[in-house]
Design a protein around this ligand. Structure first.
Ligand SMILES: [Fe+2]
Ligand SMILES: [Fe+2]
Ligand SMILES: [Fe+2]
Ligand SMILES: [Fe+2]
Length: 395
């Protein structure tokens, strides 16, 4: 596949980008007929847009320059509209638990794809590390889906993934100080490393926000508990991933890189989309983003006298982000890395972690006498995907 060249793409002028209510209220996909990877693209792009909107608000709040605030408001309004148009593609017929299965599929299929295309060994190790945790979340939610709705998660996701235990959720709960990581350097990191960073932070942040805004909608105490527990892990994931970013990026550099990443993600979606209606939408959104990239380049040049190509670290991103089956890769990582934990910003088997690791006491305190991620499995009377399937059939 060809590389993405943001400086060569044709964009839509910003004044043509506002959408009518009719355009914003998009037609949802059918949860049964949809290609599971179209669903994951919708879930991911909603997160990408929400992060763009929220980050630009944060930048504007810390910025004293009216001209910059105004330029941010103009592109942010479109990002906010894009977010609604994308999110409204999720159908009402899809239950919260089913959307949750989609979120976790995004989390590890995306992470597996980014990890396989990440040249920086430390960034890759971090992606592989957290991958196994989201993999386990899906396993736990699959039990909940079976218990609450009699659903079969494998069937719902059309067997595009293996559903089995990863690194168990009960040991994901670490002290916040153990979520710090070494960051990449903005002067030497590749464009792809920078894009991977913005993509994964956006996706994990959206997962956290979704669990926190939907977990309370369940009456069932175990469901409320499971969402609480896993939402807290997603907060950790946002923390560890955002610590990979170079904190010396200026707000306008961040704004520019984030716009390039939005465009790059839509471009990737369009390259791989199986549904023509969605492909057309992704292409349209990509052209909008190129308009935002131009605006961000203008701010960089005017206020910081910086060359956008240098800020990106090149003029292209070599490979698209692809949603595809990652069973082989995930199984390999699972075999090799299931027992790892972070200590002093490095990964090691938990049995080698020194006794003074702050996370030991911290996770005992959180798990206390009730760990919903364990109960949801034991309440089903067994472990493993086969058992989930058998029980689903018996209902
Ligand atoms: Fe956007
Ligand atoms: Fe997760
Ligand atoms: Fe996560
Ligand atoms: Fe944008």
């Amino acid at each position: 596949m060809t590389a993405f060249r943001p400086f060569d793409e044709k964009g839509t002028p910003i004044e043509e980008q506002a959408m009518s209510w009719k355009e914003l209220v998009t037609v949802p996909y059918d949860k049964k007929a949809v290609d599971p990877h179209t669903r994951t693209r919708v879930i991911l792009m909603n997160g990408i847009e929400n992060n763009a909107t929220l980050t630009k608000h944060a930048i504007a709040r810390l910025c004293p320059k009216p001209e910059v605030k105004k330029a941010l408001a103009i592109t942010r309004r479109v990002d906010s509209m894009q977010q609604q148009a994308v999110n409204w593609m999720n159908p009402a017929q899809q239950t919260i638990t089913e959307t949750t299965l989609g979120f976790e599929q995004v989390a590890f299929d995306l992470t597996a794809n980014l990890a396989q295309n990440e040249e920086d060994a430390y960034q890759k190790a971090t992606l592989d590390f957290a991958l196994l945790e989201d993999f386990d979340h899906l396993y736990r939610y699959a039990f909940l889906y079976q218990q609450l709705e009699g659903g079969d998660a494998s069937k719902f996701l059309k067997d595009t993934i293996d559903i089995k235990e990863g690194r168990p959720t009960r040991v994901h709960h670490r002290h916040p100080s153990d979520e710090m990581r070494r960051s990449w350097d903005k002067n030497t990191a590749s464009p792809k490393t920078k894009m991977n960073y913005f993509t994964i932070v956006s996706a994990e942040q959206q997962t956290e926000l979704f669990y926190k805004s939907h977990g309370q909608m369940y009456e069932d105490e175990l469901a409320r508990g499971l969402y609480t527990e896993i939402a807290d892990v997603e907060e950790q994931h946002v923390t560890l991933y955002e610590s990979l970013g170079d904190g010396s990026m200026t707000p306008l550099e961040m704004n520019f890189l984030m716009e390039v990443n939005e465009a790059y993600n839509y471009w990737s979606c369009a390259q791989t989309e199986s549904d023509p209606r969605f492909r057309q939408f992704w292409e349209e959104m990509m052209r909008d983003e190129i308009g935002h990239v131009r605006s961000a380049m203008d701010l960089l040049q005017r206020f910081e006298n910086k060359d956008p190509e240098k800020v990106l670290g090149g003029d292209r991103i070599e490979v698209p982000i692809v949603f595809e089956e990652t069973k082989g890769y995930v199984n390999r990582v699972l075999e090799e890395q299931r027992g790892l934990q972070p200590y002093n910003m490095e990964y090691m088997p938990e049995h080698k972690v020194p006794k003074d690791w702050p996370s030991f006491a911290y996770r005992d305190r959180l798990n206390g006498r009730w760990t919903p991620s364990e109960v949801v499995v034991s309440a089903s009377g067994g472990r493993g995907k086969e058992r989930v399937k058998v029980q689903a059939r018996q209902r």
